[in-house]
Design a protein around this ligand. Structure first.
Ligand code: GLC
Length: 646
């Protein structure tokens, strides 16, 4: 049908599905724009099964279009007028678990002043669709995509919250778990009951032949608590592909029915008011024998096809790829070649996060500089999501090649970072926990809250004011880097109050085995309320510093994500220089990653911003005539050229 492109006959036929001519025009214009892309993408994956898929897909699109609420249609129009809405310096993200932040969805609605006061415009509520009972990987084992977790509220509460957020200029972001479902999901239940249509939604193998063949090249995501990638299920009489936990069944995206189901789910949630979908574990959705079954080309075609569907029905919607993969693989999620700018609108900059922690530990930014310089440029209409901490552990994604560029041994450095952040390394300021030790590779990932990893916990335990001050400054420096990088800074709940590790996670049986819960605390509202009364606490200092950084960021057009941050060679290994060449003018971020007071050669700044520079963070001017400028410990400068004599 659509395969022949949007010819006049098809257009006339589709027009019959509309009462309103203007609606028909809108739908057909979007189909004209995105239909060919949709068809080509589906063909690349499904070949001659595409026509049949389209026959069942068009009714899904039409239904979602017809049922899209009026206020969301207005949002669609507004977004079409501002296609760069996720790129501006005004965008600030906040990431929280509904229950840990505010108990319920309604509870979240009671804290909108708080979020707005922080400057938040993007709220990612961690998985809240109905998960399986008991262990559920923090909600990433979804049992029902059309219902909300019972204790958090209802779908109507979700819509109401989305509406309230929208009224305040805050976009609701939800996870879309598309690599797997909970084994209790209806599809899996039907597969176990022997329904062949649903067995084909999963990867089920009668014996070990295929699983063993795949295992030869598959890595392990949770080697510690879920070794291997396949789980025997007696009811299904099959080895089930389970990349993550044994109760998370991987979906078979080579089945077009799975694609159609997810289009339906995405549009259903979009019509409930979800504006950004975090495409969870997207790298894993296509399997190929003889490979690690990550980052396969089909993943990008599928994302592009999903995006085309979303653009036709709900152009206000954006996609964020959760692909925690090497830079050369990552860039494909924002699009290279023909996919350029046509896949996800946003992706996590995992490497920046890792390098921030690496530089804080080593007090040396040379590896970070080399890694950032080797990073492929992203399409100008896309954006990074930058973060210091998130709900997951930190894996030391530092490539041997980047390490070698600065004469460092990759394996040795990764080993050092695990030692350092688990607190084992002599003199380490960090308090973290080892997550998923893999004896085969020697890999040790790290759990821990931003503040504890940055030294605050150890400093407070030691009652050492200098250490405390350093920890506060480390937290603010890290945030200055992400807020000054260009893209969407994602603040992780609790970090704005320097919340420490929460060791009580071990008391909850479903959490005890997964130490990522150490950095998923309950929001400390008393501390949030006290920051003004007592500005001397570390929480208050971090909070005030962060608010200031956010306010300043919003005034700087230079931070629009359409331009790249370029890491410059720095004459001092402790000082990171990030330059942005925006048409509005040049911006230079200067970041001292050490506890040393540094005399930094002025020429290294003068070469980029001229003789006089304004530091937007303090509002003070610098004359760069002098041979050096003084950089206090962990100091950040956000410089632009100024013509005024100071
Ligand atoms: C993503 C999530 C992680 C989860 C995994 C499986 O990586 O961030 O928390 O365990 O996907 O859904």
């Amino acid at each position: 049908m659509l395969g022949a492109m949007l010819n006049s006959e098809l257009a006339a036929q589709l027009r019959l599905a509309f009462d309103d001519d203007r609606d028909a025009d809108t739908f057909l214009m979007r189909l004209d724009r995105y239909g060919p892309e949709l068809v080509a993408s589906l063909r690349a994956v499904y070949g001659d099964r595409t026509e049949d898929l389209l026959d069942t897909l068009i009714p899904v699109l039409l239904h979602a279009f017809h049922t899209r609420p009026a206020d969301l249609r207005r949002l669609d129009e507004a977004r079409l007028l501002r296609p760069d809405w996720l790129q501006g310096p005004d965008v600030v993200g906040y990431v929280a678990y509904t229950d840990r932040f505010a108990g319920t969805l309604r509870g979240v609605g009671e804290h909108l002043d708080y979020l707005q006061g922080l400057g938040v415009t993007y709220l990612h509520l961690m998985p809240l669709l109905r998960p399986r009972d008991g262990e559920n990987d923090g909600g990433y084992a979804v049992q029902d995509y059309r219902a909300v977790r019972d204790d958090l509220g209802t779908m109507d509460d979700l819509s109401a919250l989305a509406r309230d957020l929208r009224g305040r200029g805050i976009s609701l972001v939800l996870d879309l778990v598309l690599n797997h479902v909970a084994q209790e999901h209806e599809w899996a239940a039907r597969a176990r009951a022997g329904d062949p249509a649903y067995r084909d939604y999963f990867y089920l193998y009668p014996d070990r032949t295929q699983p063993d063949a795949f295992e030869r090249t598959l890595p392990e995501v949770f080697p510690d608590f879920a070794p291997g990638n396949f789980t025997w299920n007696g009811d299904a009489q099959a080895w089930v592909w389970t990349t993550f936990n044994t109760y998370q069944w991987d979906l078979n995206w080579s089945n077009p029915a799975v694609f159609r189901e997810f289009v339906d789910i995405i549009l259903h949630l979009a019509n409930r008011g979800v504006e950004v979908f975090r495409l969870d574990a997207i790298a894993f959705i296509w399997k190929r024998l003889g490979t690690d079954s990550q980052n396969q080309p089909e993943v990008h075609w599928l994302t592009r096809a999903l995006r085309a569907c979303a653009r036709i029905v709900a152009p206000a919607v954006a996609f964020k790829a959760e692909a925690i993969v090497a830079p050369a693989d990552l860039i494909h999620y924002l699009g290279t070649g023909d996919h350029h700018g046509r896949v996800s609108d946003m992706a996590y900059h995992n490497s920046l996060m890792v390098q921030i922690w690496s530089s804080l530990a080593s007090r040396d930014v040379r590896l970070m500089t080399a890694a950032l310089r080797a990073f492929p440029p992203k399409p100008t209409n896309t954006t990074w999501g930058m973060y210091v901490r998130c709900h997951d552990d930190i894996g030391w994604a530092i490539s041997d090649a980047d390490a070698a560029r600065v004469g460092v041994n990759g394996a040795g450095h990764r080993h050092f970072l695990s030692d350092f952040y688990s607190g084992e390394f002599p003199g380490s300021f960090a308090r973290g926990l080892v997550f998923q030790y893999n004896p085969q590779t020697g890999d040790r990932r790290i759990s821990g809250s931003g503040a504890s990893l940055a030294g605050l916990e150890a400093a407070l335990d030691a009652g050492n004011p200098t250490w405390t001050e350093h920890a506060v400054r480390r937290i603010l420096l890290s945030h200055a880097v992400i807020l000054g990088f260009g893209g969407v800074p994602l603040l992780y709940m609790g970090d704005e109050l320097a919340m420490l590790n929460d060791y009580t996670y071990a008391d909850t049986p479903e959490h005890a085995a997964d130490n990522r819960w150490v950095h998923r605390p309950r929001m400390d509202w008393p501390s949030a309320g006290a920051v003004q009364a007592d500005p001397s606490t570390p929480a208050a200092q971090v909070n005030a510093g962060l608010r200031h950084l956010i306010e300043v960021r919003k005034t700087l057009p230079h931070l629009h994500a359409s331009v790249e941050s370029e890491a410059l060679d720095s004459p001092d290994p402790c000082v990171l220089l990030l330059r942005r060449d925006h048409p509005a003018g040049r911006f230079l971020g200067v970041y001292n990653f050490s506890e040393h007071r540094i005399q930094f050669p002025s020429y290294a700044l003068r070469d980029h911003v001229g003789e006089f520079a304004l530091d937007h963070l303090t509002g003070s001017g610098f004359s760069l005539y002098r041979p050096t400028i003084t950089l206090d410990p962990f100091r950040a400068l956000w410089l632009t050229p100024t013509h005024m004599t100071i």
